[in-house]
Ligand binder design. Structure first.
Ligand SMILES: [Fe+2]
Length: 291
């Protein structure tokens, strides 16, 4: 249990993916927004595709934010043979993951593995009377991919969540999906673009509104050319280096049909207002116009 968050905004984000420059940009954004480290939560996968795994771990530990274990942390801490993303054997994602995973394994210290091993699988908090649960993938399966179009899967996961709102990562695309009186909120990842044809990455904000909380998805620009150049120096995952520039993933194996069809379409920032049971008699979600 993280605790009661009062009225200060909360910043949530996923997948730094060894992208040190993106993490530094997000930390600067948090400072500009006045969000202190105890109100910042990472949904895991600190280490993955990009060029600076050990440096990114050091930077996130120095920041002092909360971190939930991702499948990458679990696998690296265990000394496992692969990233545990659950990619189909022989798929393009499976093949590409072999390059970056071996690169990361060779660069992570014993101290960083020990830090990864002690990360929690879930965080719980209450904010304006709403219960929020933070996980990496699914409720019970850390590497479950859940995308916005998968309404029935999301409903099934929410039924087991024991929380008003679930904040999750792993999938790599930002979305806010209400179901009855619960919400699944994926703020996206900062280590890789959102397959929308722009190099921007994504994070989320949770802020107080008149009668509840607003959940927002937000774009973040950063030095993506520098991040791609750092990867190309080593040549272990050039397809992902290209993705940092183009904004489109090198493989869309994991995406459902709707998200596949949206490849290259610029995403819009969104906000959903969730009324607090303490402050409002209605439990009707209000989607704020996308901007
Ligand atoms: Fe993951």
């Amino acid at each position: 249990m993280v605790g009661e968050f009062g009225r200060t905004p909360v910043l949530v984000f996923g997948g730094p993916y060894s992208n040190l420059r993106a993490l530094q940009a997000l930390r600067a954004k948090a400072a500009a927004l006045g969000v202190p480290p105890p109100r910042v939560i990472c949904t895991g996968d600190v280490v993955a595709y990009c060029a600076e795994p050990e440096e990114t771990i050091a930077a996130i530990r120095d920041w002092g934010c909360h971190v939930v274990a991702g499948n990458c942390e679990q696998q690296l801490a265990l000394g496992a043979d692969d990233c545990g993303c659950g990619f189909a054997q022989g798929s393009a994602c499976d093949s590409l993951s072999k390059g970056w995973y071996a690169f990361a394994v060779a660069r992570i210290s014993a101290a960083s593995r020990a830090w990864m091993a002690q990360l929690p699988n879930s965080l719980w908090l209450t904010y304006r009377g709403l219960s929020l649960r933070v996980v990496h993938g699914g409720i019970d399966r850390i590497n479950r991919f859940l995308f916005s179009s998968q309404r029935s899967l999301i409903a099934t996961e929410l039924a087991r969540a024991r929380a008003d709102v679930v904040i999750a990562g792993h999938a790599g695309l930002p979305f806010i999906r209400p179901h009855r009186d619960q919400v699944w909120f994926n703020p996206g990842v900062i280590g890789m673009p959102a397959n929308d044809g722009t190099p921007d990455v994504w994070y989320g904000l949770i802020r107080c509104t008149g009668d509840g909380l607003g959940f927002l998805t937000q774009r973040l620009s950063y030095d993506h050319h520098g991040a791609a150049s750092a990867m190309r120096k080593h040549g272990y995952a050039d397809a992902y280096a290209d993705a940092l520039i183009s904004g489109c993933w090198p493989s869309i194996d994991v995406l459902p049909a709707h998200e596949r069809a949206s490849t290259g379409e610029g995403l819009k920032e969104q906000e959903l207002i969730v009324p607090s049971p303490r402050l409002s008699s209605t439990r009707t979600w209000r989607a704020v116009a996308a901007v």
